[in-house]
Design a protein around this ligand. Structure first.
Ligand code: C2E
Ligand code: MG
Ligand code: MG
Ligand code: MG
Length: 282
């Protein structure tokens, strides 16, 4: 009896994992086509400078509305694309799209830098720095208007090659952020070796900041640590006004989160930035 029950549930589980596997396979095979067909877009989420109240940077967050699967969140398809190597196509598309968008804004007199997320695979690509420089040149974009975000785990994936690529990018003048800080194998000795300009505190420590004393201690000491290492700090996942106030008290440089603005289309972002400028204190 016991056997039959577990046999049944096993069969059910197995079927379920086959469905998942099929979905994975089909996602894999469709990403390249989706990129070509214009199914993939960026949503842009502002980072607001707490001193000036201005949007100086927006993070580009990929959105895939697949004709076959509907909306597929990046947390689902990016890990798949990383495993298959298809992430290369997303990065090629992302670099050009981010740079073209920042260049459009620059030409309209809107000085908004675009921050692009890179994956582990990108950091093992020694041609990436030349690719970035080639695109900046093609779109005549000042280097300060492109920023790159990398996670600790992406760096650790192949530390030596990642360091070579990151050092080259940094030497060329690119602004680099360490993303999702605090969720990985954060070690101070690694942090010290990385050529970083900014540290982004992961939303896991920020979402409940206003009510969680432990998060308050961690966030406050991380900001102090980052500043002592010469890094600026962005807190992501800021969902309420009280958290903004706390972060201001802690000396945090930039905030990003639903309380300020959700990730939105380029057009909505422009409206948000223009309104922000009008309402900013003189
Ligand atoms: P991330 O770079 O750490 O981005 C922050 C994530 O937190 C985004 O999720 C954003 O929508 C979400 N978020 C922002 N503010 C809030 C908030 O106040 N509350 C909550 N609950 N969430 C907030 P998203 O867009 O689903 O992206 C997930 C991850 O996918 C990103 O994490 C990044 O690692 C990756 N990703 C996104 N776009 C790209 C891309 O173009 N290339 C690569 N390689 N990775 C990307
Ligand atoms: Mg990011
Ligand atoms: Mg992040
Ligand atoms: Mg994150």
């Amino acid at each position: 009896d016991r056997c039959r029950t577990s046999g049944k549930s096993y069969a059910w589980f197995d079927q379920d994992s086959t469905v998942l596997q099929k979905r994975r396979l089909s996602i894999m095979s469709e990403l390249r086509q989706g990129l070509k067909n214009g199914e993939v877009n960026f949503a842009y989420q502002p980072k607001v400078n707490l001193l000036s109240g201005q949007v100086e940077v927006v993070e580009a967050l990929v959105r895939w509305n697949s004709t076959t699967h509907g909306f597929i969140p990046p947390d689902e398809f990016i890990p798949i694309a990383e495993r298959t190597g298809d992430i290369r196509h997303l990065t090629d598309w992302g670099l050009e799209t981010a740079i073209r968008q920042a260049s459009d804004w620059h030409n309209q007199g809107l000085e908004i830098a675009v921050a692009l997320n890179l994956s582990a695979n990108d950091l093992t690509n020694h041609r990436l720095p030349d690719q970035v420089m080639g695109l900046l040149n093609r779109y005549q974009l000042p280097i300060r208007l492109l920023k790159l975000e990398v996670t600790e785990s992406a760096v650790m994936h192949d530390m030596d090659r990642a360091l070579a690529v990151l050092n080259r990018l940094h030497d060329l003048g690119l602004f680099l952020s360490i993303d999702d800080y605090g969720t990985g194998y954060s070690s101070l000795s690694y942090l010290k070796q990385l050529p970083m300009d900014e540290l982004k505190i992961d939303k896991a420590f920020v979402l409940k900041l206003a009510s969680n004393m432990e998060d308050q201690i961690l966030v406050r000491s991380t900001i102090e640590l980052a500043h002592n290492l010469g890094l600026t700090v962005t807190a992501e996942g800021v969902e309420d006004a009280q958290s903004v106030e706390l972060l201001r008290q802690y000396g945090c440089d930039m905030v990003q989160g639903y309380h300020i603005c959700r990730p939105v289309s380029a057009a909505d972002l422009e409206t948000f930035v223009r309104n922000q400028k009008e309402n900013a204190p003189a």
